[in-house]
Ligand binder design. Structure first.
Ligand code: G1P
Length: 294
């Protein structure tokens, strides 16, 4: 029987050094794309996929994330007395249900696999979704919901995948692909950040996963992989051959918000997708680009 995915893990313990000084005292996951923090996009995507329990693996200095998903009485009262009902509704909408949100800490930056492992007691014996907020995807249907549709038919493990330029494979977890069926690709192997010459393909894992609870036992081994870190990819690789394991070629455009140019690109793409901003931005961008080309 295929167990429904009800829980999602959000690893948000990273230091965000690439965005210093902005991230000196602010979590990188709170950086806004247009007017919404990165982490809120990920949470909304999880909600749209039917997730009921939200597990954050945080670290020191990340309290702003907890506050963001809580009520803000002072703000709400001010918006109410000023009659700003739309903004009030938005502020209240962000709040996750009582008892549906959990925080645990990754005390040391030992890798993504370790971060996920830190959530083992909260995940219990259920399949979990894992969402990396740095990977922001503009799509018609949210990516996790696309994946859940496949998962509900085939079960097992599922990772979001996309083709990347060959010269970029060493930035990603890379798939050794097998048979293809629709958007699904059978996973025959997984390797974290391979050298270009050693990569089994240019099909990269993007930060959306649906994993069976066995992952925690594999991560428990705490074996160090690429970059000396405990890698989620290595834990997943150990599950290949023990039940269905697929890559899901998602519909949508992915932006790497862990990178400055990717983040700016996302900001512009998401702004252009917004009716209230599009025309104004286009005019100003056009003028800026003309100016810059002088
Ligand atoms: C992580 C994963 C990697 C994956 C990538 C997607 O890497 O380890 O397998 O391809 O996210 O963004 P990181 O970006 O944390 O180095």
């Amino acid at each position: 029987m295929i167990k429904r995915v009800r829980k999602a893990i959000f690893p948000v313990g990273g230091l965000g050094t690439r965005f210093l000084p902005a991230t000196k005292s602010m979590p990188k996951e709170m950086l806004p794309v247009v007017d919404k923090p990165l982490i809120q996009y990920a949470v909304e995507e999880a909600k749209a996929a039917g997730i009921e329990e939200f597990i954050f693996v945080t670290g020191r200095g990340k309290q702003a994330i907890e506050d963001h998903f809580d009520y803000s009485y002072e703000l709400e009262e001010t918006l109410r007395t000023r009659g700003k009902n739309d903004l009030l509704a938005q502020a209240r909408d962000v709040v996750l249900g009582a008892g549906a949100i959990f925080y645990t800490r990754q005390q040391e930056p030992l890798g993504l696999g370790h971060a996920v492992w830190c959530a083992r007691a909260l995940a219990r014996d259920e399949p979990v979704a894992v969402l990396l907020a740095d990977d922001l995807i503009l799509s018609r249907k949210p990516v996790l919901a696309q994946m859940v549709e496949d998962y509900d038919r085939v079960g097992g493990n599922l990772v979001a995948v996309m083709e990347v330029p060959r010269e970029h494979v060493s930035r990603y977890g890379i798939l050794h692909p097998g048979a293809e069926r629709g958007r699904m690709v059978e996973v025959k192997g997984l390797v974290e950040k391979p050298k270009v010459a050693d990569a089994p393909s240019n099909l990269a894992v993007i930060g959306r996963y649906i994993l069976q609870p066995e992952i925690f036992a594999h991560l428990e081994l705490k074996q160090k992989g690429a970059g000396g870190e405990i890698q989620l990819t290595d834990g997943m690789a150990r599950m290949i051959g023990h039940g269905p394991f697929h890559g899901h070629r998602f519909e949508g455009t992915r932006f790497d918000c862990g990178d400055k140019v990717g983040f700016l690109e996302a900001t512009i793409a998401f702004a252009l997708d917004r009716e209230d901003i599009r025309e104004g931005l286009k005019r100003r961008l056009g003028a800026l680009l003309l100016d810059g080309s002088k």
